[in-house]
Each structure stands twice: as C-alpha cells, then as structure tokens.
Design a protein around this ligand. Structure first.
Ligand SMILES: Cc1cc2nc3c(=O)[nH]c(=O)nc-3n(C[C@H](O)[C@H](O)[C@H](O)COP(=O)(O)OP(=O)(O)OC[C@H]3O[C@@H](n4cnc5c(N)ncnc54)[C@H](O)[C@@H]3O)c2cc1C
Length: 426
C-alpha cells in the first residue's frame, strides 16, 4: 500500500485539477488519480461565466483565459430568441467568456503541477473504505493507496460517491439532446439559433474551425442512448433549421440526457465530493463546469486548513451547507430552461413568446436571469451582510496591494466592517 499523501483527489477533470492547485497553495501534499491515459480530444463546456472569472482572478489566473477567450455580451435563456444582456452585470467581467473546456483543463493541470501536485494518469479507482484516521483507495490493477482525506471529483458516475454510500437523489433523464462538432460548407450566420414546433437547434463556434450543432429533436427521443450519425445530424438540422448546412467531417457526435441529481451530502467522514460528482443536470445555460470550479474554490482552503491543523474538521461541514443549496438552485434553473427548450407544442410556443416579450420589455427581468446564470447571486451568509458575500462586494480595498497578493497566494485576509483590510496571520 502507498501512504504517499495527505489528500487523494479522484478525477483529473477541471474540478479535480483546480482543487489540486488550491490544496497545494495551502501546502497540502496532493495526488490526483485520473482514469484516462490522456486528456479528451474535444471540449465539452465552451464558456466561463463572470463569477468563475472573478474567482480565477482572485488567484491571478485570469490572464491566459482573457487573452484568447472571446467575450460574448449576451446569452440565451432556454434558447429564447430574446437574449439576456450580460453587459449590465456588476462584475469586472460583464460577459460570458467563450473558452473551450479542454484548454481550461490544460491551464489548470499545468498550474497544479507547477504548484507541486502529482497527477497520475491511467489510474482507475474502483472503491474505498475509511476508518478514523484515513481512507484506503483501491485501484484497478494496482496497489491500494491511502490518504488522510479523499475528494471525489470523478464526474457524474462517481465511484467515490457510490463507495462512500452517498445518495444521489433527483430525476432520471426523460429528454435527450443531440450534439455534433462538425465542419460546415454552408454555415449559418454567427449566433444562429432556432426553436420551433419541430425542435431546437443552436450553433456555436468550436476551436479548429468547427461548429457545434446541438439542440432538441422530439423525433429521436426513443433513441436516447444510441450513437448519433452524421446523416442523422444532417436530417435533424434540415427538419428543424431548414438546411443541412453542408455538414461534414464530424470530430465529435454525441447525445446526452437531462438526468438531474444533487448528492445528498457533500461530505461523508473523510470523503468529500466536488463538481459533477456532486451534481448533474442538462447543460442548458452552460453552467456545470462553472458550478464545479466554484466548489473547488470553496473546498480547497477549508480542506487545507483542516489538514494543516488550523481548523477543526467541522469547517468542512460548511462546504456542504454553502455549496449544496446553489447546486439545487442550478438544477432548478436548468430544469426550467429544459422545459422551454422542449416546448414544441402550441401551448409551449405561446409560453416562450410571452416570456421572450417580458425579457425584452423588462430589462430588470433580463438582469435577474443573467445574474443567476453568471453566478453573481451566490452568497453564503445572510443577504446584505458582508460575511459570505462576493469579494467584489467586500470593496476594492481587497483587490489592491498586499491584501490582493495574499489572496493570490491563497492566504487568509481579514476584512472588518470598519473597512480595515489586512493579513490575518501576519
Ligand atoms: C455536451 C456538454 C456541454 C457542456 N457545456 C457546458 C458549458 O458550456 N458550460 C459549463 O459550465 N458546463 C458545461 N458542461 C458541463 C461540464 O462539462 C461539466 O460540468 C464538467 O466537465 C465537470 O467537471 P468535473 O471535473 O466535475 O467532472 P469531469 O469533467 O467529468 O471529470 C471527471 C474526471 O474523473 C475521471 N474519472 C471518472 N471516474 C474515475 C475513476 N473511477 N478513477 C479515476 N478517475 C476517474 C474522468 O476520466 C474525468 O477525467 C457541458 C457538458 C456536456 C456533456
């Protein structure tokens, strides 16, 4: 058995890698066990929202993202034609940053490695058991490993969650979406999207000159888990969007469902969950990755403080208390958007027209929905109180000079109601 580390993170996706870097900032020895031999060759998520960019900026990490990401000033809600205006967000980042998930993962992996985390690929975890002092992790074809703490960042099908006996209540998939990253000889205009009585289709650019054609096709719901073919994708876009757009050379064809679940507990003893292992939902709105990265920011410093003896382990219970309600919130938000995307009946179409007109005529409604999508409403204390609010709301003093340097280093900073901002530990 290998007793090589204080924390094992199972899963080297974006959330596991972000968490590994956070733990290393706190001086914790960290090993990431990743089943895949190499990173996936295609991006799943295509964007980062304002709150995530704010959190990356707290660690001085925003530049590589902002340097090449495309700033998108508006976003859809449930594929409605009337867009949410993101330029009114009260954030230094009033936009959605188009940035592919595989590049996000590459940046986060490099950072985790530079900070001293070990990332072991081709290591599949098959189960775990815990006792009072630590957790024993079993690995397919290799010796068991042991750590004081284990975090499951191993995605929606999490082995860690199952082995720890944590329930995953929610609803099964009853709707399936199609997705094709392809080349198009006759592409639609940028920003193209349609939702009508035949289904839904939205098109977004993907790096490498590809376009992502994705949406909802009521005629292929029976085929939920069956592979999508290029011919089927052409037939779908022709039926729903009126053209096959000269689709060819698929790089990725997929279907995915709208199963919606949130883990009953984010902590079971010495085992914690983060990212998709803790919550899954339809990717409507493009928030899953963002939600997971924000989990990592919340959990990282807490676990580091517990491991290094600065805090008692009850601090880790606040991770569940703070993050679980926001996963429930995103799950509900996403279910609502799914209802709009799949609203092909005359009644559904009428509801979409009504909501679209309201978004158009009521800028404050647009702002409420945009803030929720961007994660700017997330707070952990009582509404209006400084404790538990976003750093941006704590005032600019925190973002300048020595306090800002401390935050970048992951060190604690004291903010007093009288405006004093300074180091907590000298
Ligand atoms: C089509 C699609 C589009 C999306 N678009 C967006 C978007 O625009 N915006 C957004 O925010 N989100 C989006 N998402 C969601 C986003 O991709 C996920 O929320 C995100 O990948 C979650 O990251 P994670 O690290 O928690 O999990 P994952 O990315 O699933 O990573 C988990 C890792 O754990 C590894 N693993 C699994 N089991 C084991 C094991 N037993 N042992 C060792 N390793 C293991 C896996 O190989 C994987 O690398 C989209 C999802 C899909 C499917």
């Amino acid at each position: 058995m290998n007793e090589e580390t204080e924390v094992i993170i199972v899963g080297g996706g974006p959330v596991g890698l972000m968490l590994a870097a956070e733990l290393r900032l706190g001086g914790v020895s960290t090993v990431v066990l990743e089943r895949a031999d190499a990173p996936a060759g295609h991006p799943r998520a295509l964007g980062l929202h304002a709150r995530t960019l704010e959190q990356l900026a707290l660690r001085g990490l925003q530049e590589p993202f902002l340097a090449t990401g495309v700033r998108v000033p508006s976003w859809h809600f449930g594929f409605l034609r009337e867009r949410l205006d993101l330029t009114r967000l009260d954030s230094p980042y009033p936009f959605m940053l188009a940035f592919p998930q595989d590049r996000t993962e590459a940046i986060l992996e490099q950072r985790a490695l530079e900070l001293g985390a070990r990332v072991l690929r081709g290591v599949a975890v098959t189960g775990l058991t815990q006792d009072a002092d630590g957790v024993r992790v079993s690995v397919d074809g290799g010796p068991d490993r042991r750590a004081a703490w284990v975090v499951g960042a191993d995605g929606a099908g999490s082995t860690v969650r199952r082995s720890a006996g944590i329930g995953f209540p929610g609803t099964d998939a009853d709707t399936y979406a199609y997705l094709g990253d392809v080349r198009a000889d006759a592409p639609p205009v940028p920003g193209y999207g349609v939702q009508n009585e035949k289904g839904a289709l939205i098109v977004a650019p993907v790096p490498g000159g590809l376009l992502r054609f994705t949406g909802y096709d009521p005629e292929h719901q029976d085929a939920g888990r069956r592979e999508l073919t290029l011919d089927e994708l052409r037939e779908i876009t022709t039926r729903i969007g009126g053209a096959d757009f000269g689709l060819r050379d698929p790089a990725w064809l997929s279907r995915f469902g709208n199963a919606t679940r949130v883990a009953a507990r984010y902590r079971e003893g010495r085992v914690l969950l983060a990212g998709d292992a803790a919550h899954m939902h339809f990717p409507a709105g493009g928030v899953g990755l963002n939600l997971g990265l924000q989990d990592a920011m919340n959990l990282g410093w807490k676990l580091a403080d517990v491991v290094s003896g600065w805090a008692g382990d009850d601090l880790l219970d606040t991770y569940h208390d703070e993050r679980h309600p926001w996963a429930e919130d995103v799950a509900e938000h996403t279910l609502a958007q799914t209802a709009l995307i799949t609203a092909t009946s005359p009644t559904g179409q009428a509801l979409r027209r009504l909501l679209g007109r309201l978004i158009d005529r009521l800028p404050d409604l647009s702002l409420v929905l945009a803030r929720r999508l961007a994660g700017l409403d997330v707070h952990y204390g009582k509404e209006g109180e400084l404790a538990g609010s976003r750093v941006a709301e704590a005032g600019d003093a925190l973002l300048d000079g020595r306090p800002a340097e401390l935050v970048v280093e992951g060190r604690p900073v004291m903010v007093r109601p009288d405006g004093y901002v300074g180091s907590l530990i000298g």
